[in-house]
Design a protein around this ligand. Structure first.
Ligand code: ARG
Length: 460
């Protein structure tokens, strides 16, 4: 009979195979081995400093933890499933290295505050990496905006040609979205950055632990105020993953646009060979798989958010083992988003923009009809509704003749509204259309250049 060495004191039998299988989390939580070690070092140091254990014992523990750190580094640390999780694996190894004094490390601590601490540290690092990834993507988009401040493309609503816009303006729309994503992650990080350590199992501890010291050592702003909340809160994981889901949604919109733009029917952009794939049967194909996969990964990230929300729903205070299921979705969501950001940055940086095709497409579909209506309002002083109606009649005429608005003759234009003069042609070109959209936040090249300068400075 081989009782669990870490918690088996009151047990008559060891866990069954199935118990061990469902209970063990080491294959997942070994991923935050480094954070677990960091937390243990801070705790051991504090135990020594407060005299809860002797300085000699603390130093022995710390030197054992150093050995474990080097075992992590050179890959020799034995991760063993019989020790369930990362916390017990580290403690068991520590005992092998330094003997029974290892047992003093867990004074005034529980795996409940330990895992909450480790996970917060891991998620905090993840947020910092995601922020870097988002920043790099923003820089790539600003680079394209800079190159394409006056590249004209069709602007769409309902995916119908609406009004001409500039490609730079289009890129900068995504820069704004990713700025909000960074804001949400930064906001989550602020709330995350409090230390659960010292909450122990749920009620706090009778030992005079210095929670402010451990919080400070671990880079937290302060200890969490309520021990029950400290061990049972997973808001930080949910906030991060839902922010990731929102970001993934933005990425999937951009990915979708790249897929559409790359098609022969649009042909607005092309991706370099090294970011596309071929077909095993159709030799002509060059598929935007990377964009499609970015679009698809949104599903797993949304799934992670739903998994966490569902897992936490209805859990009574404080810790329940349900919460051990929180790591996989977070790891998967973060991995998926990091990879998506990297792939998207590569695609945006290397996108070849077909300016001519874009400009030609912008002139199709009567995209300057609003400019025509605005001219009627400005010059002939028509109420906008009447101008809209008159323009509609002209569009119908052009459509019937199979020509664009600027290909209608003056006589044809005057047959609908006799006061139209040839000056109207000046607003029917796509160049003049975008140039005229100078309102704040508008698509005019001069507004785009201002925003490019703003972002170049902000991303420095
Ligand atoms: N492996 C556990 C987890 O990930 C650590 C906490 C275990 N706590 C407990 N009371 N059994 O949640």
């Amino acid at each position: 009979m081989n009782k669990n060495k870490m918690w088996g004191g009151r047990f008559g039998a060891s866990p069954s195979e199935i118990m061990q299988e469902i209970n063990a989390s080491i294959e997942t939580d070994r991923r935050f081995a480094a954070q677990d070690l960091e937390g243990s070092r801070a705790h051991a140091d504090m135990l020594g400093a407060t005299g809860i254990i002797s300085r000699e014992d603390a130093d022995q523990i710390l030197s054992g933890l150093n050995t474990i750190a080097s075992e992590f580094a050179d890959g020799s640390f034995p991760f063993r499933v019989e020790f369930e999780d990362i916390h017990l694996n580290v403690e068991a190894r520590l005992r092998e290295l330094i003997g029974p004094v290892a047992g003093r490390l867990h004074t005034g601590r529980s795996r409940n505050d330990q895992v909450a601490t480790d996970f917060r540290l891991w998620v905090r690092d993840a947020i910092d990496r995601l922020d870097q990834g988002l920043r790099a993507l923003q820089s790539a988009l600003v680079g394209q905006a800079d190159q394409n401040a006056d590249t004209i493309m069709p602007g769409f609503t309902h995916l119908q040609s609406a009004q001409p816009v500039t490609f730079g303006h289009h890129c900068l729309a995504y820069v704004e979205m990713f700025a909000r994503d960074r804001g949400r992650l930064a906001d989550a990080r602020k709330r995350l950055n409090e230390s659960p350590l010292g909450a122990a199992a749920l009620a706090g501890t009778s030992f005079p632990v210095d929670r402010t010291q451990t919080a400070k050592t671990l880079g937290f702003d302060r200890p969490m105020a309520n021990s029950l909340d400290a061990v049972s809160d997973r808001d930080f994981a949910i906030e991060t993953v839902t922010a990731a889901a929102l970001c993934a949604m933005h990425l999937s919109r951009l990915a979708e646009e790249i897929v559409v733009w790359c098609s022969a029917q649009f042909d607005f952009v092309s991706l370099p060979d090294d970011l596309t794939t071929g077909s095993s049967i159709m030799p002509q194909k060059r598929n935007p798989d990377a964009a499609e996969l970015v679009r698809a990964k949104t599903g797993r990230i949304n799934g992670a958010a739903i998994a966490l929300l569902t897992m936490m729903k209805g859990l009574p205070l404080a810790y329940s083992k349900d919460m051990q299921e929180d790591k996989q979705p977070v790891f998967d969501a973060v991995d998926s988003l990091e990879l998506s950001l990297t792939a998207m940055t590569a695609m945006i940086s290397s996108l070849q923009v077909r300016k001519d095709t874009m400009q030609q497409a912008a002139a199709q579909g009567f995209s300057t009809a609003t400019d025509l209506a605005d001219w009627l309002v400005r010059v002939l002083k028509l109420p906008f509704r009447d101008a809209h109606h008159t323009t509609g009649a002209l569009v119908a005429m052009a459509e019937k003749q199979g020509v664009q608005l600027d290909e209608l003759t003056l006589e044809q234009l005057q047959s609908v509204e006799s006061r139209i003069t040839k000056d109207i042609y000046s607003v029917l070109s796509v160049e003049n259309s975008v140039k005229s959209r100078v309102s704040a936040g508008g698509t005019a090249p001069e507004r785009v250049r201002e925003q490019v300068a703003f972002w170049q400075n902000a991303l420095k």
